[in-house]
Design a protein around this ligand. Sequence first.
Ligand code: HEC
Ligand code: HEC
Length: 245
Amino acid sequence: MGVRAAILLLLAAGLAAGCHPDADRTGDPFTATGELIALSGGEAGAAKACFSCHGMDGQGDGIGAPRLTGLDAGYLQKQLDDYAADLRHDEIMTPIARRLGHDDRRAVAAYYAALPVTDSTGSPTPGPALYLTGDPARGLVACAVCHGPAGQGVGPANPALAGQPAGYTVEQLRRWLRSERRNDPRGIMTAAAAPLTEPEIDAIAVWLETLPSSPRPDIDVASVSAAEAASARLAASHGIHRPGR
Ligand code: HEC
Ligand code: HEC
C-alpha cells in the first residue's frame, strides 16, 4: 500500500469513528469496507469520495446528487452496476462506478442502505392528481402505484422518490424520454414517463422534493402485487422487452 493510500485509510477511519458510530459498532468488515469507500472513494480515488457529493449522512446535495439513505441495497447496487455497464450513462457516476469492483459496489450500496434517514419528520402534502391517480385517457399509469402515495417506494425494486432534489428527478424523467437511461426493467419507466409533458414533469418533481425522506417501508404484499401488475401491463402495452434482473 502506498503512503497516500495509508494516509487516506487513517483519515477515513478517523472520520468514520467520529461520524457513524452505528456502522462501526457492528464491527462487520463488509459494512466497514462500504464505509471506507463512502469516505475515501476507494479505488475511484479520494477526489471521488461519495460523501463529498452525497453528504455525510447520504442525504444528497439538494441539487443534482440524490439521497442514497433509505433506498434498498439491491436497488443502489443495481444502479452502480448499471452506471458501470453504461445502461445508465452519467458523466460523473459512470467513471466512478467503473473504478469500483463488483464487491466494492455491493459493500458501499449496503452501507448507504443501512444509514438512518435523518429528515423523516413533517407530514407529506398530497401530490398532483396525475401522480396519485394517473390519466387513463392518455395511458398514464399512476406513479403512486409503484412509488407509493407519499413517494416512499414499494418493495425493493420500486425506489423511494421522496426528498430527492427536483433537478435530479426532472433529469431522470427526461433521460428516460430520450432513452439515455435504459436500465429500467422491461422498459417500464420509459413507458410510464412517455405521456408526461414538461410542465407535468416539473410539478411532480417540485412536489417530490418537499416530501420528507421516509425510512424504507415494510414490504406490503398487496402493494407489491399491484406494482407488479402495473409493471406487466406497461411492459406489454409498449412492447419493450429488456431482460429483467
Ligand atoms: C462529484 C460528485 C459525486 C461523487 C463523488 C459521487 N456521486 Fe453518486 N451521484 C452524483 C450525481 C450528480 C448523481 C446523479 C446522476 C444521474 O443523474 O444519473 C449520482 C447518482 C448516484 C446514484 C444513483 C442513485 C439513485 O437514486 O438512482 C448512486 C447509487 C450513487 N450516485 C452512488 C455513489 C457512490 C457509491 C459514490 C462513491 C463511490 C458516489 N456516488 C460518488 C454525484 C456524485
Ligand atoms: C409500473 C411501475 C412504475 C410506475 C407506474 C412508475 N414507475 Fe418510476 N420507477 C419504477 C422502477 C422499477 C424504477 C427503478 C428503475 C431502475 O431500476 O433503475 C423507477 C424509477 C423512477 C425514478 C428514478 C429514481 C432514482 O432514484 O433514480 C423516477 C424519478 C421515477 N421512477 C418517477 C416516476 C414517475 C414521476 C412516475 C409517474 C409518471 C413513475 N415513476 C411511474 C417503476 C414505476
